[in-house]
Design a protein around this ligand. Sequence first.
Ligand code: SAM
Length: 329
Amino acid sequence: MRPRFAKWNRTEWILKMGTEQGTKGANGGQAVRPASDVGTPKRTKEIIAKYGFSFKKSLGQNFLIDRNVLNNIVDAAGLDETKGALEIGPGIGALTGRLAEAAGRVAAVEIDQRLIPILNDLFAEDEHVSVIHGDVLKLDLAELFRRQFDGLTGVSVVANLPYYVTTPILMKLLEERLPLENIVVMIQKEVAQRMAAKPGGKEYGSLSVAVQYYCVPELVCTVPHTVFIPQPNVDSAVIKLALRNKPAVDVPDEDFFFRVVQASFAQRRKTLANNLTAFVGKENREALNGLLTGIGIDPVRRGETLSLEEFGRLSRALLEANLSSQPAT
Ligand code: SAM
């Protein structure tokens, strides 16, 4: 059965609220659906007080309290009722409420057991919302996708991520090759800039290459710390990662490709040839210089100037020449 207000249309919904409950909201007819109005300072404070919730800094708990930011995040995912959304870390449900309005199914994975009863209360009437207690890093996500999103036309990950585990979470999502359309997440601004960075700048590094190998990144907006309770001490940004149908470059051995990338950025002040010497072994230094020149990459360039295509070419050539003294880890 479709949930009552699954397809969000604010005017339509206000009308429904009026007829179904025979009530008018306290503020001039602005009836308020409980779960959809969590992301405001007032409601957040009310819920925290009602359940006696205390924030855990160690779990990266900074809850969103700004409607515009919440709407920007959800809009960027391009959801509709044929699509699903996986939310990582729903907190007290500020974003979950918006996702419930925009998507056909929502699965929200929360690590903090204390938040589960709050979320269950808020979404008790939303049959298309599942609250799952667990650590996203330990869950079998492929199985979760089969169970939650089977038959939908696409799935997005949409989240205000806990900043202490942003990169492991995103790399897990990407490396497991989940059937995702896009990932729209609030993360630390600096990390977002590194993910979206182009070759040549100081922000470009192995994280940029790893993310851009799987996705096309787009910075959606930057966000001041005033839109959270409690306020984090870093700036934030929303980034959209549109999953590519196939990786940006065709490499014969993905693991080897990423090891070459890591090695190329090992010490940013060093030239590519110097960094890669540690990877191929000092005895292969001459051969390395010849190989780089042979594939059109100047050995004195720095890793941060290489495009994904050049990293692909480099890893293929090193593999074919059997040039690596470092065992796979
Ligand atoms: N989505 C809410 C919002 O925007 O207001 C809360 C976002 S808060 C930045 C991050 C949330 O992720 C917290 O609720 C925290 O408990 C949860 N969390 C932290 N580590 C997690 C993990 N490994 N797996 C699932 N949830 C996690």
